[in-house]
Design a protein around this ligand. Structure first.
Ligand SMILES: Nc1ncnc2c1ncn2[C@@H]1O[C@H](COP(=O)(O)OP(=O)(O)OP(=O)(O)O)[C@@H](O)[C@H]1O
Ligand SMILES: [Mg+2]
Length: 228
């Protein structure tokens, strides 16, 4: 279980959950709501977030490290995360800018650990190393049935005019995605102070409002009345 720090004025918020649940959509909406409260915030994502970490992201997601095994991939993700934390997350928080990340360490635990078979002790050790004390102040876990989330991903591909090819993880079977969903719920249960689970099976607007309620309840310094 990760201890939640609360000494900084700027906050570090992460979004987690399976594919197509609406993480990227809601990260943008939270940024907009924070902006209405005159809070300076940056949006980032994992894997990636910095040029070096993005290079590792594309290497892994193209499947080029698949034959290395899940343990070595977890080490690669940790290297990317360490760069992301030291080059982007920590400096922004230090200067008072909030950081909102589209996925973070819980995705590694869910994908490589709980469903990928990497020893949880390795995941724990890499997490301590890569986070360097920068535990999220709040993690929003978006939860929904993967079958419904896939329909959203299909629609998104049509809207974007793209063929539904998917990266390595998007191609996994529905059962695997159900285990992934349970993995995220387990993480939330084990970190009740940090994580809040919200049903993603509601309209974009209703979910944005639910997230905003959680954020202003958790950080009362935000001006009440603005946002959503
Ligand atoms: N609450 C919602 N109801 C219906 N559709 C939604 C909702 N939220 C997002 N969508 C749509 O579902 C699709 C997936 O959303 P989004 O890209 O935000 O998910 P994601 O969790 O970031 O996915 P990925 O894991 O692939 O990055 C998009 O087309 C988006 O417009
Ligand atoms: Mg996304």
């Amino acid at each position: 279980m990760l201890d939640v720090p609360n000494h900084r004025s700027a906050k570090f918020i992460t979004f987690e959950g399976g594919e197509g649940v609406g993480k990227s959509t809601q990260v943008k909406r939270l940024l907009a709501n924070l902006g209405q409260c005159s809070v300076t915030a940056v949006r980032t994502r994992e894997p990636g977030g910095t040029p070096k970490a993005e290079a590792i992201r594309s290497y892994i997601l193209q499947g080029r490290s698949e034959s290395w095994g899940a343990g070595a991939e977890a080490v690669l993700f940790a290297a990317a995360r360490l760069d992301h934390v030291t080059q982007l997350i920590a400096p922004n928080l230090a200067k008072g800018t909030w950081v909102i990340s589209d996925r973070f360490c819980d995705s590694t635990r869910a994908y490589q650990g709980l469903t990928g078979g990497v020893d949880v002790k390795l995941i724990d050790a890499l997490e301590v190393l890569a986070l360097d004390g920068h535990v999220p102040d709040l993690t929003i876990v978006l939860d929904m049935d993967p079958a419904t989330a896939f329909q959203r991903v299909e629609l998104r591909a049509i809207e974007d005019g793209l063929a539904l090819t998917g990266d390595r993880f998007e191609k996994e079977e529905l059962d695997w995605h159900r285990r992934l969903r349970d993995g995220f719920l387990d993480i939330a249960r084990n970190n009740p102070q940090r994580c809040v689970v919200l049903s993603a099976e509601q309209s974009e607007e209703a979910l944005a409002a639910a997230i905003w309620n959680v954020v202003i309840a958790r950080f009362p310094q935000l001006q009440v009345g603005a946002g959503a």
